[in-house]
Design a protein around this ligand. Structure first.
Ligand code: NAD
Length: 285
């Protein structure tokens, strides 16, 4: 088997903006800024074309250098970045996006997200209104939100009558956020699942439903979990600093889980929120 995944194997999902997004990408949360150019270059080499970063990650410049060095045509790339919580007020989102674009060396991003609602600050409706203006100005092809619960989504839509293209939320087999996911899916708002492997913080891979499917298909538990995301419609961008795992995490398009295997993995969420590995959206400000 070649190291490179066939590009045309990665499905592209149409967004409500009229643009589409590769369903699988590479995420760079907690990737050391000094390592970012090298790691994103490797990800592009092994076949990823969708990169998920954020202003708060501090590594947009490394992403930008890797893009510039790759020689890959801009239209083949899908680049996401995010507005941090302390830039939501007034017209600061425009300055924040312009700073991100300078660091990335781009004229537009493909997707710009409000990173967290940060409800105690009281600015997320303004932030969403500003993103709509930035979208109209062509600085981002599509716009969306992240970590928004139903109460936040209902407020931004009531205020602006504009649905986000995506909601990027913590989602993995042990924490599926069914209420917000259903709200989004029923309105054509696509789910981007962050922490798709549970950030490696607990033993997803020792779980029988995952382990059994992995041995049935001759795959790794990580591949089974990522395949479950793809087959249930989620957009994912697993993070790793290992080239071998980058290759492992993109080799997902030559096997398929059965309905019974999907159902067994979907049954893993205890439904009480105890599987959450990150912050609660009502509490992070
Ligand atoms: P993840 O679930 O992708 O887990 C990453 C960890 O999983 C790695 O550190 C590694 O230990 C392990 N891993 C990766 N590949 C593996 C493999 N093949 N086998 C075994 N273990 C493997 O978690 P993440 O990095 O938090 O999420 C992915 C991306 O989502 C981030 O890089 C970032 O782009 C985005 N994200 C967004 C938010 C947000 O608030 N919007 C928050 C966290 C992450």
């Amino acid at each position: 088997m070649t190291e490179h995944a066939p590009q045309n194997a990665i499905p592209r999902i149409p967004l409500n903006s009229g643009y589409d997004i590769p369903q699988l990408g590479y995420g760079v949360f907690k990737v050391d800024p000094a390592q970012t150019e090298k790691l994103v270059s490797e990800a592009l080499e092994v076949g990823y074309r969708h990169i998920d970063t954020a202003a708060i990650y501090g590594n947009e410049e490394g992403v930008g250098r890797a893009i510039a060095a790759s020689g890959i045509p801009r239209k083949e790339l899908f680049i996401t970045t995010k507005l941090w919580n302390d830039r939501q007020a007034g017209d600061d989102p425009r300055r924040a996006l312009e700073e991100s674009l300078t660091k990335l060396g781009l004229e537009h991003v493909d997707l710009y997200l409000v990173h967290w609602p940060a409800p105690a600050n009281g600015n997320y409706i303004n932030a969403w209104t500003q993103l709509i203006t930035l979208n109209e100005a062509g600085l981002s092809r599509s716009i969306g939100v992240s970590n928004h619960l139903v109460e936040h989504l209902e407020k931004i839509v009531a205020e602006t009558d504009t649905l986000p293209a995506v909601n990027q939320i913590e989602l993995h087999p042990a924490h599926q956020q069914r209420e917000v996911a259903e709200w989004c899916r029923s309105r054509g708002v696509h789910i981007e699942a962050w922490g798709p492997l549970g950030q490696g913080k607990y033993d997803l891979f020792g779980t029988p439903a995952i382990r059994d499917a992995a041995s049935a298909h001759g795959r790794t538990p990580a591949q089974v979990v990522l395949r479950w995301h793809l087959q249930t419609g989620n957009i994912v961008f697993p993070k790793t600093t290992s080239r071998d795992r980058m290759v492992e995490n993109i080799r997902l398009f030559d096997f398929e889980l059965s309905d019974a295997e999907i159902d067994a993995i979907t049954a893993l969420d205890p439904g009480d929120g105890s599987g959450r590995v990150g912050a609660h959206p009502s509490e992070l400000n």
